[in-house]
Unconditional design. Structure first.
Ligand code: GH3
Ligand code: MG
Ligand code: MG
Length: 297
């Protein structure tokens, strides 16, 4: 017997059952403990690892982890109470415990009387997309050789710090470090070893700075470090500590690696260009004074 092409209930059921996205239908109970799952389609079972029998009767939030933002849950509850659709993005957990990013909508379904009788949620696993976006963001803001923030990202931090100083006052320190005679190291030992020295220098900077400090690769063999909430004297001590740490570090194959450091104190009202120019001037003064030293500006 051929199927009636206008058998809408059957056709709609088949569409939901065979939809590519996960579909969850719940009742419309809003009082605690909230709506219960009445139906999930096979795409939900594939995405979550849970079988239909295991989830019917549960509240859909059973897959959410502790990292779901309060704001998202509050907005969901508010929208459902108002009978409005909801759109969100949460991290959920599959049956095997692995997390995944899920984009979803929940829409109220009204019966003939106009009352809300059910909610229908449509969910999509966007983990791959989130991972790609994170990767792209990381690439755009970090230097591929050292993994340090690049100039673009550092400039954002510097701008934010200067805004913070303008608003709340205080002091901060900016260091500009330039390797001494790095060209000679490259010429003598090759570019690959030069690269290793740059990477190792980053480790030394990281190990000798505080968690709140922001080091970055400014370009070539120049590095910067922003030390928030640091007074001028503390900043100079930090610069001197870094200079010594580099000079005393046993770099591979190279007899001596040293840095010249320009050290400037940031005050409310300074502009990024101005403090960078001052740091550059101070660094050149350190070079002229004989290298492997700190100069303030
Ligand atoms: P100074 O003490 O005056 O700073 O001397 P310098 O030789 O360090 O200065 P200069 O600006 O003449 O040379 C910088 C060198 O840094 C030249 C360039 O080949 C090298 N350099 C820049 N970026 C990289 C990099 O990514 N890897 C390697 N291996 N070398 C780099
Ligand atoms: Mg240089
Ligand atoms: Mg140099």
């Amino acid at each position: 017997m051929t199927q009636d092409p206008c058998d809408w209930p059957r056709l709609l059921g088949a569409c939901v059952d065979q939809a590519y996205n996960a579909v969850i239908i719940t009742d419309a109970r809003l009082e605690a403990p909230g709506p219960e799952i009445l139906y999930v389609n096979p795409a939900f079972e594939r995405m979550s690892g849970y079988g239909r029998d295991e989830v019917v009767g549960l509240n859909p939030r059973f897959m959410q982890g502790p990292d779901t933002e309060r704001e998202v849950l509050d907005r969901l509850r508010r929208n459902l109470q108002r009978g409005e659709p909801f759109e969100g993005h949460t991290i959920n957990y599959r049956k095997d415990g692995t997390p995944f990013h899920m984009e979803w909508t929940t829409t109220p379904v009204r019966g003939d009387s106009g009352d809300i009788t059910h909610f229908v949620a449509v969910q999509r696993d966007i983990t791959r997309q989130v991972e790609l976006e994170t990767e792209l963001e990381l690439r755009a803001s970090t230097d591929p050789l050292t993994g340090f923030y690049n100039r673009i990202r550092f400039s954002e931090y510097l701008g934010n710090e200067l805004n913070r100083l303008r608003r709340y006052g205080g002091e901060a320190t900016l260091l500009l470090l330039d390797l001494d005679h790095f060209k000679a190291i490259n010429d003598e030992h090759g570019h690959d070893l030069g690269d290793r020295v740059l990477k190792e220098l980053c480790q030394v900077l990281e190990e000798n700075s505080r968690e709140a400090d922001i080091p970055a690769r400014w370009g070539g063999e120049e590095f910067v470090l922003l030390a928030p909430e640091t007074f001028a004297q503390e900043g100079e001590l930090l610069a001197e500590k870094l200079r010594q740490a580099v000079a005393n570090h046993p770099f591979p194959a190279v007899a001596a690696v040293t840095v010249s450091i320009g050290c400037v104190s940031l005050s409310p009202g300074d502009s990024p260009d101005e403090v960078l120019r001052r740091a550059d001037d101070a660094m050149y003064a350190a070079k002229e004074a004989g290298r492997n030293r700190v100069a303030t500006g």
